[in-house]
Write a protein that binds this ligand. Structure first.
Ligand SMILES: C[S@@+](CC[C@H](N)C(=O)[O-])C[C@H]1O[C@@H](n2cnc3c(N)ncnc32)[C@H](O)[C@@H]1O
Length: 272
C-alpha cells in the first residue's frame, strides 16, 4: 500500500505528540510495515482513512503509538549496568542510606517487555541474598506501550527470549517452566509494580528514586524532549541517587546539573 508524504508527516505528528518519538521521512518503510496490519484489523483501506479515524479515537492513537514503539530488549542487556549496580550502586546505597531506612526505590522507566526489570530483580536477589527480606525493595516499571507493559507484568518468556542474556543456572534458579513459557518466580515478580506511562507527559508525578534506569529510549526523542526528560528524571533522583542511561547514549551537553561518574568502563550520572 502506498503512503504519501503528507500522510507520513501527519502520522509522524500524531506519534510525536503522543509519545515524543520522532519519525523522519526515511522511516516510511517502518510506518508502512507496522501500521498496515493495524489498518487491516480496523478494516481501513488507506493511510488517509487511518489518520481521519485516529483524529476521533484515543484508542486508535494508543494502538498507533503502541505499534510504532521499538521494544527491542534482552535480559542483562549490555551487562555492565548490572555489574555496576551490584558492585558499586548497591554498596553505596547501603553505606549512605539514612539510619534505619531500608527502603530502596528503583525505576526502570522504559522497561519494554520487562527483561530489564527482572535483570534488576535478579541482581538485587544476588546482592542481598538472605537479607533481602529485611529491605523494602520496590522496582517501578513503566512503559508507554500497552502491549509491552502487559507482557512485562506477566513475566512469561519464550525459550528464545530467555536464551538472550540468561545462563542455565539463572534460568533454573529464577524461572519455572509453564509450558510453553518460562515464568519468573513470584519472589522476583513481587519486587516490581507495572504502570503504563508516557515519560514526556509533564503533569506526571514521578516519585523519588535511588536508582533510575533510563536506557535506549531517549534516542527516539528530539533534543528538546531529551533535555526535558532528563531534567524531570534528575528532579526525582534522591540526593545520593544514580541515573543509568544506555551504553550508546550520552548526556553530554544535555544537562549541566548532572555529574558523570565513570566506573569500570561504565558511566552513571548523579547530583553534582
Ligand atoms: C528499545 S526499548 C528499551 C527497553 C529497555 N530499557 C532496554 O534498554 O532494553 C524502548 C522502550 O521505550 C518505550 N518508549 C518509547 N517512548 C516512550 C515514552 N514517551 N514514554 C515511555 N516509554 C516510551 C518503548 O515502548 C520501548 O518499550
Amino acid at each position: 500500500m502506498k503512503i504519501t508524504i503528507k500522510a507520513l508527516m501527519e502520522l509522524a505528528v500524531i506519534v510525536h505528540n503522543h509519545s515524543g518519538i520522532v519519525l523522519t521521512k526515511d522511516k516510511a518503510y517502518l510506518i508502512k510495515d507496522r501500521l498496515q496490519p493495524l489498518m487491516e484489523e480496523y478494516g481501513l483501506s488507506s493511510f488517509e482513512d487511518l489518520i481521519s479515524r485516529a483524529k476521533g479515537s484515543s484508542q486508535l492513537i494508543n494502538h498507533i503509538v503502541d505499534r510504532m514503539t521499538t521494544n527491542e530488549t534482552s535480559f542483562f542487556r549490555d551487562k555492565r549496568p548490572f555489574v555496576l549496580l551490584k558492585e558499586k550502586l548497591l554498596p553505596d546505597w547501603q553505606a549512605t542510606r539514612k539510619k534505619n531506612c531500608n527502603q530502596l526505590n528503583i525505576w526502570s522507566c522504559a522497561c519494554s517487555t520487562g527483561q530489564e526489570v527482572y535483570s534488576i530483580a535478579i541482581t538485587l536477589m544476588e546482592y542481598f541474598k538472605t537479607s533481602l527480606s529485611s529491605h523494602h525493595v520496590k522496582i517501578k516499571a513503566t512503559d508507554i506501550s500497552d502491549s509491552a507493559i502487559v507482557k512485562a507484568s506477566r513475566g512469561l518468556y519464550s525459550n528464545y527470549e530467555v536464551s538472550r542474556g540468561l545462563d542455565a543456572a539463572q534460568l533454573k534458579k529464577y524461572f519455572t517452566w509453564e509450558d510453553p513459557h518460562w515464568k519468573i518466580k513470584d519472589e522476583l515478580r513481587s519486587m516490581a509494580y507495572f504502570e503504563k506511562m508516557n515519560l514526556l507527559r509533564p503533569e506526571i508525578e514521578y516519585g523519588k528514586f535511588d536508582i533510575i534506569f533510563c536506557r535506549n529510549v531517549a534516542i527516539y526523542f528530539s533534543r528538546t524532549d531529551r533535555q526535558r526528560l532528563f531534567q524531570s528524571l534528575f528532579a526525582c533522583l534522591n540526593d545520593n541517587g544514580a541515573l543509568i542511561i544506555g551504553a550508546t547514549e550520552t548526556l553530554f551537553d544535555i544537562n549541566e546539573q548532572l555529574k558523570r561518574v565513570d566506573c569500570g568502563g561504565m558511566a552513571y550520572y548523579c547530583h553534582k
